[in-house]
Design a protein around this ligand. Sequence first.
Ligand code: NAD
Length: 709
Amino acid sequence: MAQNSMEAVVYEKQEQVNGNHLALIWMQNPPVNALSKAVRVGLINAITQALADESVKAIVISSKLSLFSGGADISEFASGDYEPPLPTVLDLIENANKPIIAVLSGPAFGGGLEVALACHYRVTFAANKVGLPEVNLGILPGAGGTQRLPRLAGVAQALDMIVTGKPVAAKKLTGVFDLIVAEPAQLLNEAMAFCHKLVEQGAAIKRTCDITIDSASAPAELFKQYRQGIAKQMRGFFAPERCIQAVEAAVSLPFVQGLQREGELFQECMQSKQARAQQHFFFAERAASHVKDYDKTTPVRDIQKVGIIGAGTMGGGIAMNFANAGIPVTLLELKQEALDKGLALIRRNYESSAKKGKLTSAEVEERMALLQGTTAYADLADVDLVIEAVFEKMAVKHEVFKALDKICKPGAILASNTSTLDLNEIAAATKRPQDVIGMHFFSPANVMKLLEVVKGEHSSPEVIKTVMQLAKKINKVAVLVGVCFGFVGNRMIESYGREANRMMLEGLKPEKLDQVIYDFGMPMGPFTMGDMAGQDIGYFVRQSRQEFIQHDPSYCILADKLVEQGRVGLKAGKGVYLYAEGSRTPIPDPKVLELAKQEAQRLGISQRHISDQEMLERIMFPLINEGALILEEGIAAKSSDIDVIYVYGYGFPVYRGGPMQYADEIGLKVVYYAMCKYRDELGEYGGHWFQPAPLLKKLAEQGKRFADL
Ligand code: NAD
């Protein structure tokens, strides 16, 4: 990052044939030309200098880096030092009495695009990307973006860019650019010729603020329809509605009042919990790749070829990730029939993407060609990485890892996708535990962004680094975790199902709890989730862990009874809920409530009304408490890693930033006292499951947050 304004912004003069000059103002604030204080001051100084120089007839603002500008410097948000504010810079640009031309030699996002919108002319190349991604940080473009973009691009186009935050290619954006050249290599020459022509012709200064939006082009109906169209996708989010209101202001108010309205809405967003949560998450995601287990000097192994054992639900999805990244995969099953089935399912998945227009049929064939099936271990002799995704049984895993140990070349990484088994025990089946690691994908593995990278006791730094970096190549967000039952995500989710089941015994209607959790922002409540995943999955896990749960006779007893009656969930048409033939809509079943009543009586549990608040607390707080234990044990290195796991692996609402950020926001004292309350009020059951983690107690007493650790 540039230290001062002289470094951050470079001023040059270029002579034209007729003795006139162009001022060239280059932003160069690595890595992304963030509009930090040094850049804002530099721009003001450079523009002031150019305006004062009579020989300068036009001014170009461009970049010496690969990006025009990535936008605001988010690290300044915390300091609150916004001087000089970006709108002051933009005012100076827009009201200048010499033409100012933005030459976008690379992507312009957020404040970067707002700079360009305030210029009098804009030039770029066809494939260049621009966007206003502020909504992803829980805010809106606060430097005139919501007022200027609709004036240039029209309301419909601007609305979509501002509300979704998605980048758009320049060639697809109408009204914004005065010149779009085909190739980036031609940009500078053509941009200079364009500027010379402007000066020669004495072209007018085109101020975006002077454009009036024809209100007939943006009737109330347009906004109404837009709101309806995005309602589902934006459920629970605060900022998108404020973005829409800001664009409405661009239509209904004169420019200056519109800017004022944008400022008010920006402040509303900025002070919201959601903005804090989304900005926390932005940094959390980036921080996940900073781990202490290796450094810059640690070598990385080259991964050119991958083997996958097991072409079932997970193996197939995992294979697709590599094929999508152009990495060849050898897929092994013991029986040809299982292999054919697995490969056919992969093909069907690709073909369904092609039908939706996401892939061409040539791309489907290219990817399928990268997938080679086999039933012979010898075909894995030259792979650089093997990922095992066979049945979740230690004996089967041992058999596989012994075979891999024999056949794989030295230095090959041997990974397991196990969800619950002890990775160290798996590694012990080999003579090379330093090369063994966990790669815990989430289902569906070709879709879910999360990868828990599980480091075993002996996993070498080199292996850890290679896998963490490989994750990026296959478009995953990797979080490094340690070995324990369920690692981070599944260990924490255990309390989720347990409390849901227990509350049903205490008199809760499943649909009521599912609604509360859905309204909290999760994609679905615990009962719907259990039915969808298959109640039998949890059942088998419980069967294998009796020693940890049998002290509590109420433990998931309803789920167990339902599975024993064949009510395994959606796939059977009945689980906690009933499902009509071919439908995924859960229908409450009075028989389940009757069963709950009988079991409660048998166990001596009295049924009662459970408030929404109690439901939420009993679902979320033990999960957070487990997170605290995980931090204490060093299974996760930082609380923000847990947040990344929950947002990307479990659909935890990003506007709450993840469970640990949510706890920090409501206050750890609240979580701690509630844990104590349930421990004391729920009798023996409370004593089993509501013991506050020592770390939670300590931080609550000190008035600290998980983020302070
Ligand atoms: P699955 O039953 O769908 O697939 C397992 C496949 O492995 C089957 O096709 C089977 O024929 C094959 N197989 C079994 N033994 C084999 C052997 N010795 N050699 C070669 N192939 C063999 O199971 P799945 O859901 O894909 O789970 C696989 C692994 O992934 C398990 O360890 C599981 O815990 C883990 N996992 C599953 C999920 C999930 O949601 N399903 C999520 C994360 C991790």
